[in-house]
Ligand binder design. Sequence first.
Ligand code: PAF
Length: 280
Amino acid sequence: MRVVETCAEMMALCKEARRPLGLVPTMGALHDGHLSLTRQARADNATMAVSIFVNPTQFGPNEDFATYPRTMERDLELLEAQGTDLVFAPLPPEVYPEGFDTYIEPGEVAEGMEGAARPGHFRGVATVVAKLFTITRPDRAYFGQKDGQQVAVIRKMNADLNLGVDVVTMPTIRDPDGLAMSSRNAYLTEEERTAAPVVYRALCAAESLRRAGERDGGKLRTAALDVLHGEPLVSRVDYVSVVDAETMEWVGISPVERRLMIAAAVRLGSVRLIDNVVVG
Ligand code: PAF
């Protein structure tokens, strides 16, 4: 396994790497959710590359960039055990050198939900993912469905800009009690961790209603909100949204065959959790 810190070296190694090349972009603090991506990437490709980069441009000024968990030594051990060929682990000035001034601005797909709650977030995500695609020129890239809107933004960018990458989405990996795995779960207190599966329970309530034939997105949303409001440790619901699973457009009344994503962002104390289910 080679660990590379510069764009130039990563570009050179990827150019001569055996194809197909699969890329798993991460911000490190790896958990089983990430490892499900690397396992798939390892199985599908002759070369498996993983990036570990806590991307400053996707964090707002009052967000957790400085405190985001960084566990490089352990991450490298895990990746070595997974048979990773290349790890790209640059520092911010390598990715954004002095004078860097070109960004990718995603359109409507990035406007609601996370885009509304975290202005500029998807501009940062799209820009860094475009850079990672350009540096590594992957045949395939792997993302988790847990960040469902992120996947939609990346798919749209990939199509609109003819980047030609096969974007592979892998299912959300959950703890046995339903909590979606996330590096930010490490911020939860013991009490908050016990309450946290309420987010998935709320989404499941809406999903069951849909499976029972409910066509009204508003009613699905209310079913999820009722569950969330029953948990005293939920300090704020940023959103519960019922959207088209590809375009992320809000869906009102729709036939049950339409593929929907029901998504939520919820605060337990100061910790913000996001999750979604896809139905249809
Ligand atoms: O999902 C993440 O970890 C990040 O948003 C990504 C895709 C690696 C871009 O920084």
